[in-house]
Design a protein around this ligand. Structure first.
Ligand code: KG4
Ligand code: ZN
Length: 341
């Protein structure tokens, strides 16, 4: 008998994602994005994103079913992002998922978006080993997860106390006069600069932070340090070496993320690391993670970038794991939870 066919719906931020997964096999992953609508505001406007999800949800669902040549009646379970994310956008996805579950008389599973960013890697690199660590980094989250069972046993070891890594990049992009979202532009600029030109602070790496915050991150102090450095240059009437600033900033972020993650792997005796989330496109992080994981004997798994940004495949992948583990379905009145741990 073939594995259950799971429909996954994602709508926590500005991507409307609908995907179908059977077991560990991805049948289709349809995504519509409203990022262009947000670019002119320099950030995501929840109301605009909610309306965009409402408009895109059914066409994206129809596109997914059409591309996979699947009829709605063949679906065995519906999985949806229940949080964390923006309340309005989450509500649009949850409402669609509930409607489908009711109409099809199939179980509904509300799942965690951040865990989904790790789960999607199973579709690409195969089943997870018994234990692993996942670093999920994006514009909205920077979390370190201890994964004993992706469906039933995931512990958040730490997360950012302030800005997410991508958010810090976007803010530094703005300081450097780059378009929104600034992350990819800062990455590109950083490749032309000297990462050792300026020694920016490494948040929460001092010995005094090790007890309370050894697995947490903080990037807002770094962003402020970059702002002050640029301001001092401008006040002195000196030109700002933008590529060196970008490179030194990017080096600080990659250094902190990789050093803390590998220290956590070593502390927990873990030899597999999954990196997910839209920020895993960052070339400084990829390079340093590859280098440091190789030195530490850790297997590094990073899905292709289209599965790192928000999508339905990550939710269908987690939904499939949850169904396979025999987890009780969610009640049809489950709320969405913007700050779901
Ligand atoms: O996962 P994602 O698409 O959306 C969120 O859930 O946030 O992540 C997008 C974030 C944005 O902050 C974007 O600027 C950042 O990741 N980002 C990058 C790069 N590509 C995307 N930041 C630095 N370097 C990149 N190459
Ligand atoms: Zn995300």
């Amino acid at each position: 008998m073939s594995a259950p066919l799971v429909l996954g719906i994602e709508s926590s931020c500005d991507e409307t994602g609908v995907a179908l997964v059977r077991g560990d096999e991805l049948l289709v992953d349809a995504v519509a994005s409203s990022v262009d609508e947000h670019a002119r505001f320099g950030g995501i406007i929840p109301e605009v994103a909610s309306r965009a999800h409402l408009e895109a949800m059914i066409p994206t669902l129809e596109r997914a079913l059409g591309e996979a040549d699947v009829d709605l009646s063949e679906i065995d379970a519906v999985a949806v992002t229940a949080g964390p994310g923006l309340v309005g956008p989450l509500t649009v996805g949850a409402s669609a998922a509930k409607a489908l579950a009711v109409a099809l008389r199939k179980p509904l599973h509300g799942v965690n978006h951040v865990v989904g960013h790790a789960a999607v890697d199973q579709l690409v690199h195969g089943p997870f080993p018994e234990r692993l660590l996942a670093l999920v980094v994006s514009g909205g989250h920077s979390s370190l997860l201890l994964v004993d069972d992706i469906a039933t046993d995931v512990t958040e070891l730490g997360s950012t106390l302030d800005d997410a890594a991508g958010e810090a990049f976007d803010k530094v992009g703005r300081l450097l006069g780059l378009p929104y979202p600034g992350g990819p532009h800062v990455d590109r600029l950083a490749r032309e600069g000297d990462p050792g030109a300026i020694r920016f602070p490494r948040g929460l790496t001092a010995a005094k932070d090790q007890a309370a915050h050894k697995d947490d991150f903080s990037f807002s102090g770094l962003k402020t340090a970059v702002a002050r450095w640029i301001e001092a240059r401008r006040d002195a009437g000196e030109p700002v070496p933008v590529a060196d600033v970008a490179a030194s900033f990017a080096a600080a972020v990659a250094d902190v993320l990789t050093a803390k993650t590998i220290a956590a792997c070593e502390r927990h005796g873990i030899d597999t690391l999954v990196v997910g989330g839209g920020f895993s496109a960052n070339s400084q992080l990829r390079e340093l993670a590859a280098q440091r994981c190789a030195e530490a004997g850790i297997t590094l798994r990073i899905p292709p970038i289209r599965y790192c940004t928000d999508n339905g495949a990550m939710i269908a992948a987690l939904g499939s794991a949850v169904v396979a583990a025999g987890v009780q379905p969610s009640r049809l009145d489950i709320p969405v939870d913007s700050s779901m741990p």
